[in-house]
Design a protein around this ligand. Structure first.
Ligand code: SF4
Ligand code: MG
Length: 328
């Protein structure tokens, strides 16, 4: 499978009044064409910062300090602002948790999506409008003609998220980055939004990078999963493998704390303890203060990433043969 997106040794920092915060620390992964890859972890683990780094949307205080982000072979970090904007419009689109913040309140929904199309494609206004109506239908909006003329605030949260997805797919992007796309929605609507994402994947062969704290969502749509903790990927595996045989103690903790019937009100109960302050990271393995399996080496030396099989990696001393050799 050819990689559409390749992230290598990504390191992203925020320069704050309290010091330099490293939110993403040496993260590497690839996303193949047509694949749906999820990044999971508690909030503050660096999931969103990873996606914003890819999109070039870190804001004034954030900066990618090292690494590469390759999209179809082009290093995105070397592009000018203008070229990056073009990539964002044509090739990579993002869906956020709260669509109201990314929709302009003063324009109708139809106008906004139509303008997006007109900026990126040389087609007439009528053709563009027709496309918008088709897109609204595709994301399951029951009265596309009416919604076309609606303002964002007049729509429900679920409808707005559909509109956001319609806008995201308007220019037929190769990659969609969806950051907690269902978190703000109630359970029924969540399920509908997930079905839309699944249909995009099947019909358009869209590649999706899904950011979520919700393993229920992961099980529903992802092919592959990366688990992030304290700015690093601690485990990557195919979704079946991860759910059937989680390797990293953090992944196991996440799975144990996922309610069987997933409801918004029962969000993932966190594992005992909390995500470390990035300004005061624990020594050795960053998870050691919360890990039931921690030993001396864990407290002293950060674990390396060990490849367990072609598509499975884990960063934990429990799986490192060097340690075995040293102690044996
Ligand atoms: Fe736990 Fe040690 Fe593995 Fe870290 S390296 S997750 S502390 S067992
Ligand atoms: Mg987030």
């Amino acid at each position: 499978q050819q990689a559409l997106l390749k992230v290598e040794h990504l390191k992203t920092c925020f320069f704050t009044d309290h010091g330099v915060v490293t939110s993403v620390d040496d993260v590497s992964f690839t996303v193949g064409r047509g694949e749906t890859v999820a990044i999971v972890g508690e909030s503050g683990c660096g999931k969103s910062v990873t996606s914003l780094s890819i999109m070039g949307l870190l804001g004034a205080s954030g900066k990618v300090v090292s690494g590469r982000i390759e999209f179809e072979g082009t290093d995105l970090l070397k592009l000018s602002k203008k070229d990056m904007r073009r990539i964002r419009g044509n090739n990579v689109a993002m869906i956020f948790q709260e669509p109201l913040t990314s929709l302009n309140p003063v324009f109708t929904v139809g106008y906004q999506i139509r303008e997006t199309i007109l900026i990126h494609e040389a087609i007439g206004k009528d053709a563009a409008k027709q496309r918008v109506i088709e897109l609204l239908k595709q994301v399951g909006i029951p009265h596309p003609d009416r919604v076309y003329h609606s303002f964002p605030h007049a729509l429900s949260g679920g409808m707005r998220q559909r509109v956001m997805i319609a806008m995201a797919i308007a220019c037929r992007p190769k990659l969609i980055i969806a950051d907690e796309p269902t978190t703000a929605l109630d359970v029924t609507i969540q399920a509908q939004i997930l079905n839309i994402l699944k249909s995009l994947k099947e019909l358009n062969d869209t590649t999706i990078l899904l950011i979520t704290h919700d393993l229920g969502v992961v099980a529903e749509v992802a092919d592959r999963v990366m688990v992030m903790y304290a700015g690093q990927i601690v485990e990557q595996a195919d979704v079946m493998t991860l759910f059937a045989a989680p390797k990293h103690p953090y992944t196991r903790g996440l799975l144990n704390s996922t309610p069987k019937i997933h409801k918004l009100s029962e969000q993932l109960e966190s594992i005992e303890g909390s995500v470390p302050n990035p300004l005061r990271l624990p020594s050795g393995c960053r998870f050691h203060p919360r890990c039931p399996n921690a030993t001396d080496i864990c407290r002293q030396i950060p674990p390396r990433t060990t490849r367990l099989s072609a598509r499975e990696e884990v960063a934990c001393w429990l799986y490192d043969e060097v340690k075995e050799a040293a102690s044996g």
